[in-house]
Design a binder for this molecule. Structure first.
Ligand code: GDP
Length: 616
């Protein structure tokens, strides 16, 4: 049905009852896709309705609602999780209803699932090994432990045999990656800090991740056997991060250990169980089809897809039909961490599963389906949905501009930030200044992570999970991270002047941010040689690595990811002896940056242009 619309544009119309389902974060492009319209036409219609938006900007439900009403559609906004819930619903699987229907009688205690995190070289791997060796059961069986991504140990706590499950991939990368995929696996985090080294950047990163996920922390003060170890200093240092030791009147348990000499391991397990019992209600229904998460998986030449799954509730049996993410199949055999065959696996039990037709990803949830056919259909439907979502390419989760909008509509009250800078002094100064912004009662600013160095995959994952905005001060993206940020729609802002960052955040918090200009990358060149010229200043003999270098555009010089010269201009540009207006990727050129003479071999020269940003 075509009918003239506002502004004279042609848009296919609905009949007032046509339902269009859109994922949260969708843009006019996505809507246009669903109703087979031209995105530009929708921009025009929306404009005539008094709202301005670009085709790729993600819009809220109200804006879509207004537009849809005008065009005769009913909008339903859904999240990826809701979509999956519906997909399962079509097969009569309703996990929420299942949980709700479970009464106290159905639930039995399950072991805590623990992740070990901390700074590199502080002894995470060693500690995981030491814990494995204390296991009374493994000791009896004399079994050799294999790495399957997770293991369970037994310990006697207050006279009772208790199990504890450990995720055997140390570090917070795996933790956040799983969280980013919606899987909450960890109940308790052990934060390892070497007593001879103290609190380090990744210590803080790890504790930020755990705190952001609301996971209680037990601190293992490691390497107490070493000369110069100062366990008390660690306790003191960590009070700054809201981890106050019990002996100092706080509620975090600190245990002194030596992973190397096997000292304090039992006490650490004890502390984990005490913390779990005090802070968490770890119970699950074991008497139903298994539900859980894939921890790690790989393709084995002889055995096919091998996946380690953690059962979270229910019981997994050999012969069950399962679907994990898009992978499906029937459980042909199960093995524990000693390589022993297992027939059943209950809550908090990690097992290696054979029989899937493809390899699931870490963090994919799995369920037991009623039969093979259902498992296959769910897997295939998910795959199709994923492909569609990828095509629609999710847009910005939240940007400072969105925040301003959402704030005005009273939809948000917390602005989450991740701060990265070239030196810790700058990060601290920035954080201090940001936290001093006076914005009244309604909004809150929360710095969920801060650190020194380039913007990493981790930062983006964290920002994805907690809808945070990343602020980079005199730093750049680490390799390949820009793509990830782009794909996930995370707003990453770069500054080289602290006040500009503060101004923007303050404006956003006060609901007044006006998008104006944005930096558009034009290209980058690598400096191969530096020629000294008394007339023109230094000339950087360079090769264009991406895009193009154009004369008279803005430029900056970076060295090892750090900005060493900013707000420069490409004042001269030569191809051999001739002046050039622009030089493209793959070609060599001589670049003069005016009075800026601090160019070195190996530097990167980046150019950009300021373009006016469409107003939200
Ligand atoms: P990770 O990077 O955190 O996994 O650290 P590792 O477990 O690989 O340990 C780093 C180094 O510290 C290794 O050389 C270990 O042998 C050593 N180490 C770990 N725990 C202890 C300990 O309790 N005492 C001493 N002296 N050395 C330790």
């Amino acid at each position: 049905m075509q009918a003239p619309s506002l502004g004279g544009v042609q848009v296919p119309r609905g009949n007032g009852k046509t339902v269009v389902r859109l994922r949260h974060g969708s843009s006019l492009n996505d809507f246009a896709d669903k109703i087979d319209a031209n995105p530009a036409a929708l921009v025009t219609v929306l404009f005539h309705l008094g709202e301005m938006a670009t085709a790729t900007q993600s819009l809220d439900e109200d804006t879509f609602g207004t537009l849809a009403e005008e065009l005769g559609y009913i909008i339903e906004m859904v999240s990826a999780e809701e979509e999956d819930r519906e997909l399962l619903g079509a097969f009569d699987i309703d996990l929420d209803a299942e949980l709700e229907a479970e009464g106290d009688d159905d639930l039995t205690a399950r072991p805590p699932v623990v992740t070990v995190m901390g700074h590199v070289d502080h002894g995470k791997t060693k500690l995981l090994d030491a814990i494995r060796q204390t296991d009374v059961v493994a000791g009896e069986a004399g079994g050799i432990t294999q790495h399957i991504g997770a293991y369970q140990v037994h310990t006697v706590h207050e006279g009772i045999d208790r199990a504890v499950t450990f995720i055997d991939t140390p570090g917070h990368e795996a933790f956040t990656a799983m969280r980013a995929r919606g899987a909450q696996v960890t109940d308790i985090a052990i934060l390892v800090v070497a007593a001879d080294d103290g609190v380090m950047p990744q210590t803080i990163e790890a504790l930020n991740h755990a705190q952001a996920a609301g996971v209680p922390i037990v601190v293992a003060v490691n390497k107490v056997d070493k000369e110069g170890a100062n366990p008390d200093k660690i306790r003191q240092q960590l009070t700054e991060y809201n981890l106050v030791a019990e002996e100092y009147g706080g509620d975090t348990m600190f245990v002194d250990v030596s992973a190397k000499q096997n000292v304090g391991i039992d006490q650490l397990l004890e502390a984990v169980l005490l913390t779990a019992d005090a802070a968490l209600d770890l119970r699950a229904n074991a008497d139903k089809d298994a539900r859980g998460v894939a921890i790690e998986a790989n393709l084995d030449k002889g055995r096919g897809a091998v996946a380690t799954v953690l059962v979270q509730s229910g019981t997994l049996n050999v012969g069950d039909s399962i679907v994990a993410g898009t992978a499906y199949g029937r459980v042909r055999a199960m093995f524990d961490e000693h390589g022993e065959p297992v027939l059943v696996a209950g809550p908090s039990r990690p097992v290696q599963v054979l029989g899937l037709t493809s390899v699931p990803r870490a963090g994919d949830t799995f369920i037991v389906a009623p039969d093979d056919r259902t498992a296959r259909q769910i897997g295939e439907k998910r795959e199709a949905a994923e492909r569609a979502a990828l095509l629609a390419k999710r847009r910005k989760r939240i940007s400072l501009e969105d925040f301003t909008q959402a704030l005005q509509q009273g939809k948000v009250e917390t602005l989450n930030l991740v701060l990265k800078g070239d030196v810790s002094g700058a990060v601290e100064a920035l954080e201090d200044a940001l936290l001093k912004i006076d914005v009244g009662e309604e909004v809150e600013l929360r710095v969920i992570h801060r650190g020194v160095g380039a913007i990493t995959q981790n930062d983006v994952n964290l920002a994805t999970v907690d809808s945070a905005i990343i602020i980079g001060f005199n730093v750049k993206y680490a390799e390949r991270v820009e793509e990830l940020a782009d794909r996930e729609g995370v707003d990453v802002r770069f500054y080289s002047v602290i006040y500009q960052a503060i101004d923007d955040v303050e404006a956003a918090l006060k609901g007044m941010l006006k998008p104006e200009y944005e930096e558009v990358q034009l290209g980058s060149a690598e400096v191969r040689e530096v020629f000294r010229s008394s007339k023109f200043g230094n000339i950087a003999g360079s090769i264009v690595r991406s895009g193009l270098i154009r004369r008279n555009t803005k430029a900056r010089v970076t060295r090892g990811g750090k900005v060493v010269g900013d707000n420069l201009t490409i004042e001269s540009l030569k191809r051999f002896k001739d002046d050039a207006t622009e030089v493209r990727e793959g070609f060599e050129c001589g670049i003069g940056l005016g009075s800026f003479n601090d160019v070195e071999i190996g530097d990167t020269i980046e150019t950009w242009e300021m373009r006016e940003k469409p107003r939200a």
